[in-house]
Design a protein around this ligand. Structure first.
Ligand code: SAM
Length: 409
């Protein structure tokens, strides 16, 4: 049972409160909103989603237009093999291609291991992962994320144990999921996060609740909690490429074990951790296994703003003139479309209609008094066949249906 199913069960038993939308969706939405936050506009290009499990969060990150590289990493290889195709481009992605490249790697590995592919990640996401880690792994995680990857953003979410009393079956203790090693109160989570920034003072942290309960649970906080770490002084690292055969590791587990042995001999005290020579881990290591790799289609749009607006207007002209719309004049056999209607729903809100008219003229269109005049191009014989009528649909479309057509488009 996933955490969310456990919460759903608890909700049903308690039949008191429904999280709307469900808490897991609230988490995904908040994390993707944060990745798109204007404070770091154009800086989040490469993202790693640790503990990605069934790649549920992937559909949120893949829509971030600035992101050009996504690593989906989990320790459970079978799960990745089962769900990796969720990262595959869809037919839609070929029809409406992105304007920037997007490379996706689904990787088998641990959040604690410094694989070379993690270098250059601008954001690290760990959604409901840390509570699944054993103490040794939990100790290593900050060193890999904050010491080795050193991204601009680190987003970590975990259940808020303060909120557990809200769930009847957890009133007397216990965890939300059988695989949880711990569930932290807000104070415990903040204590852990402040220790992290004490070791990595380049980071500042803020805490955000996810999934509010009913009014009377306000002092328990939210169902889930997030720590958002932001680098105060970020310098992007360059990706590195390793030759396929260079440094080839026969077994990921073997190498993970090597690294773990080094780590494990150091586990236990902050002082020992500080003694680790992190340069040893900065050399390129192939610790992760590749489960799948996908490249999304993209098309670079080199058109000027005017060219784009003119092209958009022309596609509207094609749309209006493909059926008998209210702009069709039965007497002149022409469509007479106000230029205003050619820029409805346009991304660019400051289009100069006179300039648009001039540009359309240059493309051979007839513009009179801020209207596009489009002649019905059927030849006479055709016209006779059609009883001197343009191609008429059965129903006369009204403005509302035009709008619906626009949205669908
Ligand atoms: N992040 C997922 C989401 O939001 O849908 C859910 C995460 S699931 C609750 C926890 C995942 O962490 C599991 O898939 C588990 O295999 C993975 N995991 C556990 N230990 C890990 C480790 N050391 N490194 C990477 N992933 C790990």
């Amino acid at each position: 049972m996933t955490d969310d199913e456990a919460i759903k069960d608890a909700e049903e038993n308690a039949s008191v409160h429904r999280f709307k939308p469900p808490v897991y969706i609230q988490r995904y939405e908040l994390v993707s909103d944060l990745l798109e936050d204007p404070r770091w506009k154009n800086k989040i290009l490469k993202v790693v989603d640790f503990g990605c499990a069934e790649l549920q969060f992937f559909k949120f990150i893949k829509n971030l237009s600035e992101v050009t590289s996504i690593l989906e990493v989990d320790y459970n290889k079978l799960l990745l093999e089962q769900y990796c195709t969720r990262a595959e481009p869809l037919v839609f992605n070929y029809l409406c291609s992105r304007s920037k490249k997007l490379n996706v790697s689904v990787l088998h590995g641990s959040v604690c291991d410094p694989d070379y592919r993690l270098i250059g990640c601008d954001a690290v996401v760990c959604i409901e992962l840390i509570e699944h880690l054993d103490p040794g792994a939990l100790d290593r995680l900050p060193h890999n994320i904050f010491g080795f990857i050193e991204p601009l953003l680190v987003i970590i979410t975990t259940p808020n144990a303060d909120f557990n009393v809200f769930f009847p079956q957890l009133k007397n203790g216990g965890f939300r999921h059988y695989d949880h090693r711990f569930e932290w109160t807000r104070a415990q989570f903040e204590d852990w996060a402040s220790n992290v920034i004490a070791r990595y003072p380049n980071y500042a942290v803020e805490y955000i609740g996810i999934g509010s309960g009913p009014e009377e649970t306000k002092e328990l906080g939210c169902c889930s909690q997030m720590a958002l770490f932001v680098h105060k002084n970020y310098n992007k690292k360059c990706d590195i490429e390793l030759d396929e055969n260079e440094n080839e590791q026969t077994s990921v587990d073997e190498i993970c074990l090597d690294i773990k042995n080094v780590f494990e001999s150091n586990i236990g005290s902050k002082v020992k951790w500080d003694n680790i020579n992190w340069n040893d881990f900065k050399k390129p290591n192939k610790l992760y296994g590749v489960v799948a790799e996908y490249q999304y289609p993209f098309k670079v749009d080199n058109r000027t703003r005017d060219e784009k607006n003119t092209d958009d207007a022309i596609s509207r002209i094609h749309m209006y003139t493909s059926y008998y719309c209210p702009f069709y004049n039965d007497e002149t056999y022409c469509w007479e479309i106000p230029l205003n209607n050619l820029i409805l729903f346009n991304e660019d809100l400051n289009i100069d209609l006179d300039l648009l008219g001039e540009n359309l003229k240059l493309r051979g269109y007839n513009i009179v008094n801020n209207h596009l005049i489009y002649e019905d191009k059927k030849d006479d014989s055709d016209q006779e066949l059609n009883d001197e009528q343009p191609e008429l649909p059965n129903v006369l479309l009204n403005d509302a249906s035009l709008l619906a057509e626009e949205c669908w488009d």
